[in-house]
Design a protein around this ligand. Structure first.
Ligand code: FAD
Ligand code: NAD
Length: 517
């Protein structure tokens, strides 16, 4: 029986990162993948969907800038063309990962790649069941489970991936559906609602049982995204209870109880996007003695380690935060914990940055107001509207905001940021780094940022909290906000004496009437 220092189960982003980090420690590794190298990081997941989002956003921008009449005549796009672009992106990434793996194998002899389904015989022996029916058993000193997740189904909804689909089947369609209902207005639901409505060939309906889309986000984020979806013709069913959904004459008929009472609607396709579940079943973790977490929903409770000391769980299967960047981080961490001869600090999940690919992009790090209110943590907020940022004005993209959240004390420790708007994703990293380095906002306020740049808006937010912003929140009240919140009560900060307050609108009218320059 072949022996390895490390067996990695699953060749998605987490598994691949684990295998490559183990090479750094000169360890002998076997990477087992049952389907395609790259997993959900490439296929039907991050890379594929973001390629579609990029194309749909560029398409929509050109469409809007040309104006409907000209755009309708000149801007035809077919689903085949969309899929071709996605396939090209998939190929590029797949090609890179595969060639890289092969070269590492040839040059170091440390890594073996096996295609097959892995399952535990015990905590050191793993069986690989191959597509040709053959089986192989390997011995591993340590194992990392990185078997990922799959879309959650509902017991009363039969998914055929042709008419009723999940994100696994959506990109296999032959054409743009004329109409589609999306069940679940979380990240996947809202991202696909954005993409399909951007292309303008699909009437999109979106259902959530919560009272708003993206229910885990603050109201301002949710409202901005809802407004833009609705402007593009998306119907949002809020607080909706899906009573029935069935395929009738090749069409999807669904019935909801919502704020408008009971409604029955027929559409061409349905997308189910109500969360994901870990791929545990094929692994037979019980043979190795690995237990599900205390909550029973994931494995690997203690800083990526399972209850069996030589077995770790990383990425989506760990059930913490299902993101590529988190999976890769957990994977690298688990390998270091396993092989390093120095102490390793536990992973800090407080400063994970994410981007939701919507209209506009929403980038996040750390806590939002909702989380802090739920935990009863006092906080201060500075919110800067894009319309006050020079770069946004030059881009003629003035929709969006930066919301910087800090602790409600003299230290003003950064607790989180939400950035919604053009280039928002490139602005989040400076805050993530400050959080990682446990720094306050002083450093940010004093740096000299390039001009004009969108990150000047983040800096202005920091300055506003320190009471030294260029624009004062008491003047541009609808564009700048600075307040503190404690036990559910929020109070404005930096306010000019109310009795002396001059309305901005009055000055603006005077400016226009006097034709001042
Ligand atoms: C539509 C969509 C969009 C997304 N967009 C983003 C995004 O923009 N940014 C982001 O960070 N994340 C995004 N995600 C999430 C991201 O794709 C996942 O978090 C990431 O792929 C998880 O990586 P993983 O390695 O843990 O699992 P996976 O990528 O699921 O890979 C697990 C692999 O394990 C294999 N496997 C399973 N069981 C076995 C077994 N018994 N033996 C051998 N192999 C096995 C599977 O075939 C699979 O290849 C998106 C997800 C979806 C669905
Ligand atoms: N850009 C990104 O980073 C990105 C993109 C896509 C996916 N992802 C990852 O994938 C994960 C899964 O995404 P997701 O959208 O499937 O899950 P999600 O947790 O983001 O959203 C699920 C939504 O479904 C709703 N819901 C649950 N049960 C329902 C029911 N019975 N009827 C109606 N609505 C119901 C919930 O209220 C929620 O809004 C995300 O948590 C995210 O980490 C990330």
């Amino acid at each position: 029986m072949e022996k390895y220092d490390l067996c990695v189960i699953g060749g998605g982003p987490a598994g691949y990162a684990a295998a490559m980090r183990a090479i750094d420690f000169d360890k002998k590794v076997i990477l087992i993948e049952k389907d395609k190298l790259g997993g959900g990081g490439i296929y039907n997941g991050a890379l594929a969907s973001k390629t579609m989002w990029e194309l749909s956003s560029r398409y929509r921008k050109v469409y809007d800038e040309l104006g409907k009449d000209r755009a309708d005549r000149n801007l035809d796009i077919t689903y085949d063309e969309v899929k071709r672009t996605i396939d090209e992106a998939i190929f590029d990434r797949k090609f890179q990962l595969t060639c890289h793996l092969r070269i590492i194998h040839a040059e170091t002899g440390l890594i073996t790649y096996e295609k097959g389904t892995a399952s535990f015989i015990n905590n050191h022996e793993i069986k690989i069941s191959k597509q040709d029916g053959s089986e192989q058993v390997v011995y591993a000193e340590n194992t990392i489970i990185a078997a990922g997740s799959r879309p959650r189904h509902l017991p009363n909804i039969e998914v055929d991936e042709k008419i009723i689909l999940t994100s696994d089947g959506l990109l296999e369609l032959d054409d743009f559906p004329k109409s589609m209902v999306i069940i679940g207005a979380g990240v996947i639901g809202c991202e696909y609602a954005t993409m399909y409505s951007n292309f303008g060939q699909t009437k999109v309906y979106i259902i959530d049982r919560a009272d708003r889309i993206l229910p885990f986000e603050d109201d301002d984020v949710s409202e901005l995204i809802s407004k833009n979806l609705e402007e593009k013709g998306v119907t949002i069913h809020r607080k909706a209870n899906l009573k029935r959904i069935e395929v009738i004459d090749g069409m999807v008929e669904y019935e909801i109880d919502g704020v408008n009472g009971s409604e029955v609607i027929r559409v061409e396709k349905a997308l189910l996007s109500i969360g994901r579940v870990p791929n545990v079943e094929s692994l037979h973790i019980e043979n190795a003695g690995v237990k599900m977490s205390k909550r029973g929903v994931h494995i690997g409770d203690v800083d990526t380690q399972t209850n069996i000391p030589n077995i770790y769980a990383v990425g989506d299967i760990s059930g913490r935060i299902p993101l590529v960047n988190v999976g890769e981080r957990e994977a690298r961490h688990a390998v270091v914990k396993m092989f390093a001869d120095f102490p390793v600090k536990p992973i800090n999940y407080e400063n994970v940055s994410t981007i939701m690919f919507l209209n506009p992009v929403v980038a996040s790090v750390g806590a939002n107001e909702k989380i802090l209110r739920e935990k009863n943590i006092p906080y201060r907020v500075a919110k800067v509207d894009y319309s006050t940022i020079a770069r946004a004005i030059t881009m003629r993209q003035t929709e969006g905001f930066f919301k910087l959240i800090v602790s409600d004390d003299d230290e003003m420790k950064i607790l989180g940021m939400r950035a919604a708007g053009y280039h928002a994703s490139s602005a989040i990293q400076s805050i993530a780094l400050l959080m990682y380095m446990d720094k306050g906002i002083d450093e940010l306020a004093h740096m000299i940022h390039p001009h004009p740049s969108i990150v000047e808006g983040v800096q202005e937010a920091a300055r506003m909290l320190l009471g030294k912003s260029i624009y004062k929140s008491a003047v541009f009240r609808d564009k700048l906000k600075c307040y503190s919140c404690r036990e559910g009560v929020c109070k404005p900060l930096n306010i000019i004496d109310e009795s002396k307050h001059i309305k901005f609108e009055e000055v603006a009218r005077h400016f226009h009437e006097g034709k001042e320059d």
